[in-house]
Ligand binder design. Structure first.
Ligand SMILES: Nc1ncnc2c1ncn2[C@@H]1O[C@H](COP(=O)(O)OP(=O)(O)OP(=O)(O)O)[C@@H](O)[C@H]1O
Length: 252
């Protein structure tokens, strides 16, 4: 049987009286790519936050690489190989793009003083350059984050997530606010990620969600209502209805 990167088993999350997510189950094989789609408020981010350990679940079980992590912290899950991006930016605005990636690469190593590393660590600066190159930001390293476009900031976040050498990468709406050209490059970039990285993607843009994943999960009103291949999702009447009857290819 293939190794499972992730198993979500009957997970629910309540915020007070609000049942934001109910009885969701899914599995993700190692190296597999899955998209989670659904309209606003469907529970997609809640699912992500429960998997990442940002929110404790109300009930159910979460396993990462065969280990039950339901009661562990987000930091412990990160140490097991999970990296995620957020819908809102978590970049150090006053630093350059390259410095942000440099810090992401360092993790806890910088306790002895960051500046010392900044000056001397040429091997790490080489890795920074390679990561920036990989996400299409070559040449943008010296730019302060505040001078980067919105799209470039999201690319930078991806570089920072990749710096952690994740086994499971979770991206929360990576194309939000992207131009059509930026969307196209994101699809290429995600398709070219190393095959061993398992990917769980939340994406409003149906084109991207269906282009990148081999399986798609549809959430609606806190529940998983459908799971299928991109072709099955494209052909689904239910998905069409949820996305207001329009062509789902342009439902973002
Ligand atoms: N921290 C929170 N406290 C209270 N309610 C929350 C919290 N996070 C989410 N919710 C609620 O849970 C429900 C699901 O929200 P969630 O953000 O998971 O949906 P979503 O599918 O990610 O939507 P969007 O595409 O708009 O981000 C919503 O009703 C939302 O208001």
């Amino acid at each position: 049987m293939p190794e499972l990167a992730l198993r979500v088993d009957d997970v629910s999350k309540h915020f007070g009286g609000l049942k934001a997510m109910r009885h969701v189950s899914l599995t993700l094989e190692a190296g597999e790519r899955i998209s989670v789609i659904g309209t606003n408020g469907a529970g997609k981010s809640t699912l992500f936050n429960c998997i990442a350990g940002t929110f404790p679940v109300s009930s159910g079980t979460i396993e990462l690489f065969g280990e039950n992590v339901t009661r562990t912290s987000a930091a412990q899950r990160a140490r097991r190989g999970l990296a995620r991006t957020f819908q809102t930016s978590r970049l150090f605005e006053q630093l350059t793009a390259a410095e942000n990636v440099f810090i992401a690469l360092g993790g806890n190593e910088f306790r002895g003083g960051l500046l010392r590393h900044f000056r001397r660590d040429t091997a790490r600066w080489d890795r920074v350059a390679r990561l920036l190159d990989r996400v299409g930001l070559d040449g943008r390293g010296p730019q302060p984050v505040a001078d980067l476009s919105h799209g470039e900031q999201r690319q930078l976040e991806l570089a920072m997530a990749l710096a952690l050498e994740p086994k499971l990468l979770m991206l929360d709406e990576p194309a939000a606010g992207f131009s059509p050209a930026e969307r196209a490059s994101l699809v290429t970039l995600l398709r070219e990620l190393p095959q061993e990285i398992s990917l769980l993607l939340i994406e409003h843009d149906m084109d991207i969600a269906l282009a990148v994943a081999s399986r798609v999960i549809v959430m609606h009103d806190g529940e998983k209502i459908l799971e299928g291949t991109p072709d099955e999702i494209r052909a689904s009447e239910r998905v069409r209805e949820i996305y207001l009857g329009g062509s789902i290819d342009h439902a973002a």
